[in-house]
Design a protein around this ligand. Structure first.
Ligand code: CTP
Length: 421
C-alpha cells in the first residue's frame, strides 16, 4: 500500500529545514535526478521522534544538488567530491547529501568498495529493514514512502531484521548498532537475525579498533548506555571484543549515577570507560586500550582506576590522616576517582575518596612559592618539600592561619635555631 508522509514531514521539520528540503527536491528534478530522505530520519519520522540530522540520497551528483539548493545567505555546503557527498550545516540541524551507491565487501570487516548506484541498491546495502526506507523529496510524489524490505511492518512490530544472511559478516559493527537500536526503541531482534548475530559474533574481531571504539562512543551518547552495555554482555559481544570485559548490575547503577554528576561529555566518557573496565587487571587494561585505540586521557584514567582498585583495602582504614589520603589519591585522574567512588564496596574507603574529591584536593596553603622565597627558601627541591609539608599541615589541621604557616616554614628551614627565637 502506498503511503505519503509529506504532512508529517512538514509538521515535524523547522520552516528553514523544510524550505531547504523542498529546494533540494526541486534542484534534483531540474538536474534530472531524484532525491530521497533515507535511513534514520525516515525511521524516526515514522516513530514520531524528531531528529535534527537528516540524510539525503541523490540518484545523481549529490554535491551539485547541494550547491544548487543553497542560497548565498545560507552556509555554503562542505563538499567531498571524491566521495560524492556534501554537508549543509544550519542553525540547529544538518543535512548530509550522498550520491546513491552500491557496495561490495572484499573481506569481512573491510570498508566496502562503493560505486554509484540506484536508490534500490543504496537501500539494499543497509543494516536493518527499519533503516532501509526512503522518502521521495522531488516532484509530485514528494513524501511518498519507498519501503522495499518491509521496514514499516518491522517498525510496527518492533523487529530488527537484517536484509541478508551475511550482513553481520560483511560488517560486524551492525551487531553493536543493532543492540543500540534494540535498547533505544525497546525493539527485539527477529528470530533469524538473532541466530545470525550469535553465529557471526566472531567477525567482531575483523573490525578495526577505531570502528569498534566509535560504536562504544555512540553507545555512550545514548540516554541510558547501561542498557545497551548490559545486553552486549548477555549476548557475549563484550567478551568477543575483549575477554576480560564484563558488565553487571552494579556497573549499570554506577553509570547512571556518574551521568548525574558529570562535568563534561569527555570526562563522562572516561568515567564510563573506567566503569566498563572496572575489575580488569593492569595488563589487560593495556591490551584493551590497544584493542580500542583509546585516546591518551582514557588510557590514563583506566590505568589509574586499576591502581585505585588495588588501593581499596588500604583506604579502608578509618585512622588514615587526611594528608595520607591526599598522598594516596592526588595524582589520580578525576574520572578514575569518580569510578572508584561508585565501585568501592568498603564504606570507609568510599568515604575517603568522597572526602578527597569534595574537600581535600582543593586545600592549599595560603603561602606560595614566592612567599617562601621572601622567607629565604631557595628555589629547588627544598622548596618543593616545604610546600608539601605545609599542605599536609593544612590538611591535618595543624596550622590555622598564615602566621602559623610562616612559623612552620621557619621551623622547617631552620629546625635548630627555631626554639631559640
Ligand atoms: N548504515 C548501515 N550500516 C552501517 C552504518 C550505517 O547500513 N554499519 C546505514 C543505515 O541505514 C543508517 C544510515 O546508514 O540508517 C546512517 O547511519 P547512522 O547515521 O550511523 O545511523 P542512524 O540510523 O542515523 O542512527 P542514529 O539514530 O543512531 O544516529
Amino acid at each position: 500500500m502506498r503511503m505519503n508522509l509529506s504532512a508529517e514531514l512538514d509538521r515535524w521539520l523547522s520552516p528553514e529545514t523544510r524550505e531547504l528540503l523542498v529546494r533540494i527536491g526541486a534542484c534534483a528534478t531540474c538536474l534530472g535526478y531524484h532525491a530521497y530522505l533515507v535511513g534514520g530520519p525516515v525511521r524516526d519520522l515514522l516513530l514520531g521522534r524528531p531528529s535534527c540530522d537528516l540524510d539525503v540520497v541523490v540518484e545523481g551528483d549529490a554535491p551539485a544538488v547541494a550547491c544548487a539548493a543553497t542560497t548565498p545567505d545560507q552556509s555554503t555546503p562542505v563538499v567531498h567530491s571524491a566521495f560524492g557527498t556534501a554537508t549543509i550545516q544550519m542553525d540547529v540541524s544538518r543535512i548530509d547529501l550522498a550520491t546513491a551507491r552500491a557496495e561490495s565487501y572484499e573481506r569481512p570487516g573491510a570498508l566496502p568498495t562503493v560505486y554509484p548506484g540506484t536508490i534500490e541498491q543504496d537501500l539494499v546495502r543497509r543494516d536493518f529493514t527499519v533503516n532501509a526506507m526512503a522518502l521521495t523529496l522531488d516532484g509530485r510524489c514528494r513524501g511518498e514512502l519507498l519501503d522495499l524490505h518491509g521496514g514499516r511492518s518491522d517498525l510496527d512490530h518492533g523487529f530488527l531484521r537484517v536484509l541478508h544472511e551475511s550482513s553481520f559478516i560483511d560488517d560486524a559493527t551492525r551487531i553493536l548498532r543493532g543492540v543500540r537500536y534494540e535498547q533505544r526503541f525497546g525493539f527485539v531482534f527477529e528470530k533469524r537475525t538473532l541466530e545470525l548475530l550469535e553465529r557471526d559474533l566472531r567477525y567482531m574481531n575483523c573490525i578495526s579498533a577505531d570502528r569498534v571504539r566509535h560504536e562504544f562512543e555512540r553507545t555512550f551518547e545514548e540516554e541510558e548506555p547501561e542498557q545497551t552495555l548490559r545486553r552486549l554482555d548477555v549476548l557475549g559481544v563484550l567478551g568477543v571484543i575483549h575477554p576480560t570485559l564484563l558488565f553487571h548490575s552494579q556497573k549499570s547503577w554506577a553509570l547512571a549515577s556518574a551521568r548525574r554528576s558529570a562535568r563534561s561529555p569527555t570526562e563522562l566518557h572516561n568515567v564510563y570507560w573506567c566503569l566498563l573496565a572496572w575489575g580488569v587487571s593492569a595488563d589487560d587494561v593495556e591490551t584493551l586500550g590497544e584493542r580500542l585505540n583509546l585516546a591518551r586521557g582514557a588510557r590514563e584514567a583506566l590505568a589509574d582506576s586499576c591502581e585505585l582498585a588495588l588501593l581499596e583495602a588500604r583506604l579502608d582504614d578509618p585512622g588514615l590522616a587526611p594528608s595520607e589520603v591526599f598522598d594516596l589519591l592526588h595524582r589520580r585522574s578525576h574520572a578514575a576517582l569518580q569510578a572508584a567512588e561508585l565501585m568501592f564496596v568498603r564504606p570507609t574507603a568510599r568515604g575517603h575518596i568522597s572526602h578527597f574529591v569534595r574537600r581535600l584536593r582543593h586545600v592549599r596553603p595560603s603561602l606560595t612559592g614566592k612567599d617562601l622565597q621572601a622567607l629565604g627558601v631557595p628555589e629547588g627541591p627544598l622548596m618543593g618539600r616545604i610546600l608539601s609539608s605545609l599542605r599536609s599541615a593544612c590538611l591535618n589541621g595543624e596550622v590555622a592561619s598564615r602566621e602559623d604557616e610562616v612559623a612552620l616554614v621557619r621551623r622547617l628551614v631552620n629546625p635548630v635555631s627555631w626554639p631559640l627565637e
